[in-house]
Design a protein around this ligand. Structure first.
Ligand code: 5GP
Ligand code: ZN
Length: 114
């Protein structure tokens, strides 16, 4: 837990969020500024600032984030039409919250990355 991290506070229920799934390892909640009909953020409960801080010791959680995204997408009928998973890293990658998170975007035609 990082005391000044908003996603740590959401995972500890110290800040409100529209949580759609939670277990011992991760929390999934609706993005406050959705870019698609489904825009869910899936985060580890452990504070990891960015992909740059992933190691052999802590990277198992990433597969859990992806499987959680897959399950939510499937529940929402997005598996067949498709969806996008995004993980931004640092400033030029577009990261604005420095706690690893996976974006699940779907429900509309998504265009190329840029
Ligand atoms: P990033 O740009 O770091 O990849 O993504 C951060 C995401 O977090 C953005 O899409 C932004 O809308 C979302 N976000 C930032 N602050 C909050 C918040 O307090 N609550 C929620 N639910 N989403 C947030
Ligand atoms: Zn954090």
């Amino acid at each position: 837990m990082s005391s000044d991290c908003i996603f740590c506070k959401i995972s500890q229920h110290e800040l409100p969020a529209d949580i759609v799934y939670e277990d011992d390892d991760l929390v999934a909640f609706n993005d406050i500024g959705p870019q698609a009909p489904t825009h869910v953020l899936i985060i580890p409960k452990t504070h990891i600032a960015s992909v740059n801080e992933l190691t052999e010791a802590n990277c198992n959680v990433v597969s859990k984030l992806v499987l959680c995204a897959k399950t939510i997408a499937n529940e929402r009928g997005l598996a067949e039409p498709g969806y996008r998973l995004v993980m931004n890293c640092n400033a030029e990658g577009g990261q604005t919250v420095f706690h690893v998170h996976l974006h699940l975007l779907g429900g509309r035609q998504l265009k190329g990355l840029g």
